[in-house]
Every structure is written in C-alpha cells, then in structure tokens.
Design a protein around this ligand. Structure first.
Ligand SMILES: *Cc1c(COP(=O)(O)O)cnc(C)c1O
Length: 456
C-alpha cells in the first residue's frame, strides 16, 4: 500500500472502531483523522509525511522532546529485567523506590512521601480519598467538602470531572461527586472588569473565604487549584492571588492541594509551579511531564502533616492501582528527571528560552485579533478578541479559536484553542530558531484567521 492508501485504510478502521477522547465522533468522521506516525525533537509527522512543529509538547507533557533514545533504552532494559511487579503485599521494586527519593528531593520542602498512580485523573481521585480519610482520622469527618474553581481542569474520571470546573463535563455522565463546590477563577483578562489585576486577584481569592464561611469552616477539607490553569486556557493568576489563597487556607486549617500535572517538571521555569508562585501544598498531584509522556505514570506528593496521619493512624489505607509504581514507568520517569537535571532544562526555561519565547510573542501583541500575550516560562496564552481596548470577545465563544487552531495546523504549527484563547506549551528543549518558526507560523495563521472573519 502507498501512503495515501494506508492513510485511507487507517482512517476507515478508525472511523469504524475507535472512539476518541473529548471528540465529537460524527464530526471527526466527516473530517477524517490526522494520523501521527512519528516524531523527533520538537516535530511530529503525519501519515502523508507532513511535518508540524509541536507548540504543545503533545498534550503539555513531552518536556524533554521526542525521540530520546535514553528513555527507550531504559524502558527496554527494565522490561527485560522486571517488566512488572506490584507494590502490594509487602513488595516493592527498585525504580519505584529510587523515584520516590528523587521526587522528595526535587519537590518543595515538607513533601516527603509519594503515592503512585497512572494518570493525572487517578492522582486526583487519590487526592479526594486522602483528604476525606485524613479528616476522618482527625475526628472531623464532616470536613468532606472540597472547593475548586470554575474552568479548572483536574481530569476526566468522575472525581476529576467533579473537581474540575468545566460546565461541558458536568453536564455529561452525572451526577457528579457530592460535596464539591466551585468558586470564581482568577481570570483578570476575561472577568476582571475595571479592577486592576492585583485588586482582582484578591477578589478572586477572597471568594474562597466566602465559600468557606457559606459551607461552614468545619465542613471544608481542602481547596484544589492549578498554579496556572492549563486546559482552562493558560490562566495566569495575578501576583496577589496565591498568597491570599495560602493565607485563607492557613487561617481555616484547610488542606491546600496544588495540581501540578501541567506546571510540574520545569514548565514554569522552576521544578514546580508551587516554587514559582511560592505555594506550600499539603498534597501535590502530578503527571504529564513526570515521564515526558513516554509512559503513563502519575503521583501524589503527600505533605508531612497528611502523611503522618495516613501512615500512623490509618491502618491499611484501602486504595491503590495494579500499576501503582510500575517498574518500567518509574524507570522512565527517573531517567526523564535525570535528563531534565543534567541538561539543566529548568534553568534553561527560567533564564533563556522562557524569556526568549516571551520576547518573540510580544510581536503578536499588536495583532488585530490578539487581546494580550501572557506567559510564564514555556507556557503561554493569547486571548483572541473582537475589541482589543475593551477586551471584548466574540459573539459565539470558541468559534474563532477553532478557526485559528485549524489555520495553525494548516500552516504546520500545533497550537491549541481553549475557547478563544490560543495556548502554547512547547517541549523544554526547543531552540531559539524553533521558537522563531512557531511564532512565524502562528502569525501567518492569526493573519489568515483575521482575514477570514473580516478583521484584516
Ligand atoms: C491533564 C490534566 C489532568 C488529568 O490528567 P490525565 O493524565 O489526563 O488523567 C489533571 N490535572 C491537570 C491540571 C491536567 O492538566
């Protein structure tokens, strides 16, 4: 079969048998699947041989870039030595053990224990069970309520979807988990009105205090938030936000859960978003960049306060997964972290390539469609607007974003549209000239979008 025939062959099977995640399948079938066949560095290639520069690092996860032989070698060696064994029944495996020490080392002070899972969603399910069990053991079982934010993303299992603040997810497969409440997000550009960002950051944080008082402080077990909301559109909170959230959690003795699934492992120019925003998490779920997506693995870092209770007062904690601490995934995560360390990728994001991305993206600030250019390290968001001055969006939210996303693909750059926010989170190994290429192609796509909707 030649390439065209092969693509059609795969597309036909895909259409007949494969249900894609977060996809309108009827719409997909009408358009046909784009089949990605290989990848190297920061480029992916489809079955027609067309190359794209990957401005998203897959799904915010391929931090060390594609085609890293070190990771393949480690996986292969570990598979031959011990492809699987569980961590139940008094057993453990060396990669999982060694990884837990490394994680305790690189995560913020006070996080010294790790519980393994296989996805960000499972990590957040684990968080819910830990929070509620912790308070039960503390003699306060009523503290079962968890407060999150609108437009948060915490995964797609029933707990993940419930913790998340995505209306479209709450409307399917419910009822959602009980005792989860949502407060406003710290999205100044979209919701800040005439307030300064700093004023608005305090307002958004104080919504937490209002909700705690509404529910009763003795009913609330935890607050959960992403340092920067990823899937929500790369919402970077004003500088006043996290210190105020921390103050409120401390005041009411509420556990602070920081979802580092995207921000972790160098994305923001520090090892963790908690370092960048100076947050002190009690629980810290993480995934994605933990293995650069080469194999599925996630974890919850458990702070000393919670670990002490779960270890010394619980007896058996009746929770875990067949693949918790999978030896091959753990070995790959270890090697991935070694690469990030040895190649000084965190420092590189902070001092070199992060500032360079920011500088290059500034050229888009004058674009007629772009309302703002916001970035921290190698994560960036750009709201598309109908009126730059008033920050006003479009009649039908999401339509222009989708048009722009499709033009990006056509121009050979992968960016994502979250509603009408165009977002970017490239591999941490991306070079200066590759950033230039992304910005050049994105600009062409933004121009094409503006022309299509009569704004240029
Ligand atoms: C992706 C993501 C998750 C869910 O991770 P999965 O591996 O897809 O289950 C949870 N939280 C955040 C912040 C994420 O970005």
């Amino acid at each position: 079969m030649n390439q065209i025939d092969k693509t059609t062959h795969w597309q036909n099977i895909d259409q007949q048998h494969h249900m894609h995640p977060f996809t309108d399948t009827a719409d997909l079938n009408a358009r046909g699947t784009r089949i990605i066949t290989k990848a190297q560095g920061v480029y992916i290639e489809d079955s027609h041989g067309k190359r794209y520069i990957d401005g998203m690092a897959g799904l915010w996860c391929v931090n060390v870039g594609y085609g890293r032989k070190e990771l393949a070698d480690v996986a292969s060696r570990q598979m031959m030595e011990l492809p699987y064994y569980n961590n139940f029944f008094q057993c453990a495996n060396a990669p999982a053990i060694e990884l837990s020490q490394v994680l305790a080392d690189i995560t913020p002070d006070g996080l010294n224990h790790v519980f393994y899972a296989n996805s960000g969603s499972e990590a957040n399910d684990t968080v819910v069970r830990m929070v509620r069990q912790y308070w039960k053991l503390k003699g306060q079982p009523d503290r079962s309520h968890i407060i999150s934010r609108h437009n948060a993303y915490h995964g797609s299992t029933i707990a993940g979807a419930s913790l998340g603040g995505m209306a479209g997810m709450h409307s399917q497969g419910g009822p959602m988990l009980p005792n989860v409440a949502h407060i406003m997000q710290p999205y100044w550009f979209g919701e800040g009105g005439d307030h300064t960002p700093d004023e608005f950051g305090l307002i958004a944080a104080r919504a937490l205090e209002d909700k705690i008082l509404e529910l009763g402080a003795d009913k609330v077990g935890a607050f959960i938030g992403e340092p920067i909301q990823g899937a929500g559109g790369v919402i970077i909170p004003p500088a006043t936000y996290w210190p105020e959230i921390q103050r409120i959690c401390d005041k009411y003795d509420i556990l602070l859960v920081v979802d580092e699934v995207i921000c972790g492992f160098g994305r923001t120019g520090n090892w963790f978003g908690s370092d960048t925003f100076d947050i002190k998490p009690d629980l810290m779920p993480m995934a994605k960049g933990m293995s650069s997506g080469y194999l599925p693995i996630s974890a919850v870092m458990v702070g000393d306060r919670v670990a002490d209770v779960l270890i010394n007062q619980c007896g058996e904690f009746t929770h875990g997964f067949t693949y918790s601490g999978h030896p091959v995934c753990a070995a790959v995560a270890l090697e991935n972290i070694r690469i990030i360390r040895d190649e000084k990728l965190v420092e590189r994001v902070r001092d070199d390539i992060g500032p360079y991305l920011r500088k290059k993206l500034a050229s888009l600030a004058d674009h007629p469609l772009v309302g703002a250019v916001e970035s921290v390290g190698l994560i960036a968001g750009m709201p598309l607007v109908s009126d730059k001055k008033t920050r006003k969006g479009f009649e039908k939210p999401g339509t222009v974003g989708t048009i722009c996303r499709d033009f990006c693909v056509e121009h050979g750059v992968i960016m994502r549209a979250c509603g009408d926010r165009m977002v970017m989170s490239p591999p941490l190994v991306i070079s200066h000239s590759e950033i230039d290429e992304i910005v050049e192609k994105a600009t062409a796509a933004f121009d094409a979008t503006a022309r299509k909707i009569g704004k240029m």
